[in-house]
Design a protein around this ligand. Structure first.
Ligand SMILES: [Zn+2]
Length: 121
């Protein structure tokens, strides 16, 4: 049981390849995306796999529209954009958390003020 769980947490090359379509569709959650990107950085084989996949999926579109296609640039851009998205999503989560804390704080202060007022009546 424990071994199976561990396999889910750490990304291997097989997981990576399985996740490429979801990555392209931007359907990975933060945790998956972060694991995907860190494996991408570590593994030359998977970097190549992702390039090939992007070439197949996007190169053909470019060919069809007659646009020039720079695979290396395309891959770098896709990964950079995903990294940025991941970072900004995490920042958003933190902001939401901060706002929630402020709201809770205001509610507490308002509650305390009400209690004091009520006590004076
Ligand atoms: Zn790999």
């Amino acid at each position: 049981m424990a071994a199976g769980q561990k396999e889910q947490m750490t990304m291997n090359c097989r997981n990576f390849r399985d996740m490429i379509p979801a990555f392209e569709a931007d359907e990975l959650n933060d945790e998956q995306l972060s694991a995907f990107l860190s494996h991408y950085k570590e593994c030359a084989t998977c970097r190549e796999d992702l390039s090939i996949q992007l070439l197949v999926d996007r190169g053909l579109d470019h060919l069809a529209t007659g646009q020039s296609f720079n695979l290396k640039k395309e891959v770098e851009q896709t990964v950079t954009e995903s990294t940025k998205r991941l970072k900004s999503r995490r920042k958003l989560e933190r902001t939401a958390y901060t706002l929630e804390m402020i709201t809770v704080g205001i509610a507490l202060v308002a509650g305390a003020a009400l209690l004091i007022l009520w006590g004076r009546m």
